[in-house]
Design a protein around this ligand. Structure first.
Ligand code: HSE
Length: 325
């Protein structure tokens, strides 16, 4: 009798398919190159994973409100496929995965699109496993997908995408994420100009060496940023958003960047910089209405200084992480 009851309840808990939403993210946050990032509300990728009798990982469809041509359908080349191949290797669940991806985050926008697809895939697939992995395990799998997109293992998009809020991580294979407390009244304006900038290209623009003076100046600012976020100190935040190392080397890749940043500051931003590897630009402010004005001013500046059309989003800094829908 009890065996029958168990069998029935086991079958009812078997999930054949799950869909996850994974948010866009702003990585680097000016001075936290490769180690700091936060999630934003209002835009993200949606990934559906189903159990399949076919072993391995099959990508059945990639759709989107953005142009998705050029995203590889082969699982071992796809940022959502690679993490699930690693998951299967580790879990050996006795079935394969089929993935459907619905992309909203533009490719090469600097808003963490590859990370969102990777994180969405692992969150959805985890819901199909009898013994689900921990969040830290999922982060490790997602990182494998991010690495094929950008050519390096940095968790500054995948960690906030998975956990939400602001996260600090180690570079390399062991991200050991720390979620920072976030000031309640901090908003971000993110503006995406209509151009593609691949992370690999933006990384190739960076010098591999830096001087001791540059190291000291940048690490003082990063320390100020982290302290400012943790203590809600706007003066520290202002200082911490002044990137003297990466932004100057990448600014020329984004037409109109200097004017766009100046427009944000002129409209009340605490500071701002390139979102991730660009070309999107972000700015922080302390009210939603100011953040909207800043977005508009940045969009106007993109159009007037380089002729780029753009889209914008306003979000609290404490955006939610990925979850099942
Ligand atoms: N930290 C990375 C970079 C972010 O700036 O190259 C890429 O998403």
């Amino acid at each position: 009798m009890s065996a029958t009851i168990n069998r029935v309840s086991d079958q009812s808990s078997v999930r054949m398919s799950a869909t996850a939403f994974a948010p866009a993210t702003v990585a680097n946050v000016a001075t936290g190159f490769d180690i700091l990032g936060f999630a934003i509300d209002g835009i993200g990728d949606r990934v559906t994973v189903s159990r399949s009798e076919t072993p391995g990982v099959t990508i059945s469809a990639i759709r989107g409100i953005i142009n998705v041509s050029g995203i590889p359908l082969e699982a071992h080349k796809n940022t959502a496929g690679v993490p699930l191949l690693k998951m299967l290797e580790s879990a050996r669940p006795g079935f394969g995965f089929t993935i459907e991806i619905e992309k909203s985050i533009p490719l090469g926008s600097g808003m963490g699109g590859s990370a969102a697809s990777a994180v969405g895939a692992v969150v959805a697939a985890n819901a199909l496993l009898e013994k689900p992995f921990s969040l830290e395990d999922l982060l490790g799998f997602a990182l494998e997908g991010e690495a094929i997109a950008s050519g390096a293992k940095h968790a500054d998009n995948v960690a906030p995408c998975l956990y939400g809020g602001v996260t600090l991580t180690n570079p390399g294979a062991s991200p050991r994420p720390v979620r920072l407390p976030v000031p309640a009244n901090l908003f971000v304006s993110v503006v995406y100009p209509a151009m593609r900038l691949d992370t690999k290209v933006a990384r190739a623009a960076l010098s591999a060496t830096l001087t001791l003076k540059q190291h000291i100046e940048q690490s003082a600012r990063l320390a100020a940023l982290v302290a400012g976020i943790c203590t809600d100190d706007l003066e520290l935040l202002r200082r911490g958003l002044d990137d003297v190392l990466i932004e100057p080397q990448r600014a020329s890749l984004i037409p109109g960047f200097a004017a766009v940043k100046a427009a944000a500051l002129a409209h009340g931003a605490l500071g701002g910089s390139i979102s991730g590897a660009g070309p999107s630009v972000f700015a922080f402010s302390t009210s939603e209405s100011t953040a909207r004005e800043i977005s508009l001013a940045m969009q106007t500046a993109f159009k007037a200084n380089g002729g780029l059309d753009s889209e914008s989003w306003v979000s609290p800094i404490r955006g939610a992480g990925a979850g099942l829908v």
